[in-house]
Unconditional design. Structure first.
Length: 194
């Protein structure tokens, strides 16, 4: 089974940009979040009643991506991933009342069942940045943003709670507040570890 590396962090922290910088330096199989391609993303942005459909779609989609990446021949890299979508975003939406307890329970059952069938990531790159940086990056993006700059602190806390249960040797935490688009410092650190 192929090695899987995931990049996690709040929306706007730079997961996609870092993934692209890593792929420019080493040959990885890659899976992205695909915001505009997901059928419920824009509906959820307009109407919170689509929260459950959006989250289940993302959880299924990310599990499918993981399964395909694990079958490949090259080391695999994911922008976000199944764990981030559940541990971060699904829990955030429950906290904001966008998912009822029963809806959250359905997502959690799916996540736990799927994670029991798929091994967890081999390595996690956990990104953080200042709220000002995250806000500026979100504002500059040309894609659907479900989570806002105000959500960065909550997402960061939810991610830290999840990572507290992961062995420390499987995590590389990086503050990318001062990184430029090439992520030169972070790329070198990551490639040394993986």
């Amino acid at each position: 089974m192929n090695k899987l590396i995931v990049i996690v962090g709040p929306s706007g922290v730079g997961k996609t940009t870092l993934a692209q910088a890593l792929c420019a330096k080493r040959d990885f199989s890659m899976a992205y979040e695909q915001h505009s391609e997901r059928p419920f993303q824009s509906l959820f942005k307009q109407d919170p009643h689509y929260a459950l459909a959006n989250q289940l779609d993302y959880l299924i989609f990310r599990a499918e991506q993981e399964r395909e990446l694990r079958r490949g021949e090259k080391p695999a890299l994911m922008d976000g991933g199944l764990d981030l979508d559940f541990q971060g975003f699904t829990r955030l939406f429950r906290k904001h009342g966008l998912l009822s307890d029963a809806e959250f329970d359905l997502c959690e059952r799916f996540y736990n069942h799927t994670r029991a069938l798929l091994p967890p990531p081999d390595f996690i790159i956990a990104l953080s940045a200042t709220e000002e940086i995250v806000g500026a990056r979100l504002a500059a993006r040309n894609r659907i943003n479900i989570a806002s700059a105000k959500d960065a602190r909550d997402l960061d806390q939810l991610i830290k709670e999840w990572l507290a249960a992961v062995p420390k040797n499987k995590i590389l935490e990086l503050d990318v507040s001062r990184e430029k688009k090439e992520y030169a410092r972070s790329v070198d650190l990551i490639l040394e570890r993986v």
